[in-house]
Design a protein around this ligand. Sequence first.
Ligand code: SAH
Ligand code: SF4
Ligand code: F3S
Length: 482
Amino acid sequence: MKESIHDIPSLEVAKKRTRNPIIIRHETLEIPYRLREYAKGKRYFVRTYGCQANVVDSETISGILDEIGFVSSQDVENSDVIILNTCAVRENAEDKVFGEVGSLKRIRDLNKKAVIAVCGCMVQEPHIVEALRKKYPQVNLLFGTHNIAHLPSLLDEAIFEEKRVIDITSCEGEVIEDLPLKRQEEFKAFVNIMYGCDKFCTYCIVPYTRGKQRSRTKDAILKEVQDLLNRGYQEVTLLGQNVNAYGKDLKDGESFASLLEDVAKLGVPRIRFTTSHPWDFNDDMIHVIAKYKNIMPFIHLPLQSGSNEILKRMGRRYTIESYLELVDKLRKEIPDLALSTDIIVGFPNESDEDFEATLSAVRKCHYDSAFTFIYSPRVGTPAAKMEDPISRETKGKRFNRLVEALEESISAKAKEYVGKVYDVLVDGVSKKDESMLSGYTEQNKLVNFKGDISYVGKIVPVKIIESHTYSLIGEMVDEKRD
Ligand code: SAH
Ligand code: SF4
Ligand code: F3S
């Protein structure tokens, strides 16, 4: 198949950071007439891997496809445009995508005109693009995280010129406003407050796939939140790779604390935010979180490791002592706080002592939830070049011990909920038991309970009667939370 290459990624370019001011672009989509005509009655399917940044990107992609005139479908088999929005953070995330791309060959065999597209963080990696070009002829569109707004013209070219189209830019990035957004949910929404990341933790690919940190203006964020509130949304999660570094690139005095306060004043029933970097936390933020009842008492605070030596080699910019001090302060000021974390096991040359330090930190922090990962080398990152004599087996054993220690802490925290009443935002019918509803407490704990489907999307008081490690069982009550 002929190729049309608009831009191809480079890690060298992706790594660069300049002092150039951030460009804010207000996008108006230009949709070719023939594409609009073609789209009538045709279906699209979007599969999303990875983090919430990708969830919002998929909402934007769906918004654009809707605007062109395609119709959304849950059925990949009968779709004419299939989009895989991918994640590059670990190798197992990438393996899943290659598996799925492989299986899409059957769709190409049945429908020569189908668009099979791969986008997202994986295609920002040059070696992945090469592999897709060489081994997967069924893929006829590749577009990057900075190229989503080009989707109408890229589709037009792939469909009418029957070429494989590649548009993946490596750059610091812009802030693009006003693209259509098709929200996945009707009462909970993610709102980007910033894009990209400048931290360059030595293991992480995100700064290369997402570009430089770019904060949106406070006005644009408040407008989006106000609009959600007008439409009856109950919960807004402010999103960024380092939400609490918000504003540091704007140089107009804006900060995360003041943004959070202004969002809280709009009166959204529930405000969440993720992910906070321990290094960017300050007292003003803690005071604002403590002051407003509609800012949820839940903080995701990645630890990554409990060893100062490993933290240093990871480039995390904090010590275990300063992390524990921050946790102490948070717990003192926000009494009903729930804490969650990310931990990586098996960073290059992690010693037994380093790992024991992580276990010891876990025991001190009393986490309510956690995500654990085995270190996965990412091409182009500094850690991928570090020597790593530790065997897979040792890493596996450490991983299991870490999960055990965390589950102990998580179960103990879950038991503390029993007998008390919590406000729960009802998400829907429980995935495991259709006779039950499920939802989340303010602390982000999953609760299952009996109730009428009409409560979906509402906040109701639930008394907790039983706890499991990862969920609670409750019953609806009349009283309000104490
Ligand atoms: N910006 C967020 C999230 C980054 S990705 C943050 O800084 O916390 C989510 C998590 O994936 C990270 O917190 C880290 O624990 C994990 N992760 C990132 N790169 C990884 C790698 N190469 N191997 C294993 N886990 C990784
Ligand atoms: Fe990756 Fe570190 Fe940035 Fe998080 S802060 S996205 S772990 S580089
Ligand atoms: Fe994955 Fe990209 Fe998010 S690498 S974790 S989808 S920013």
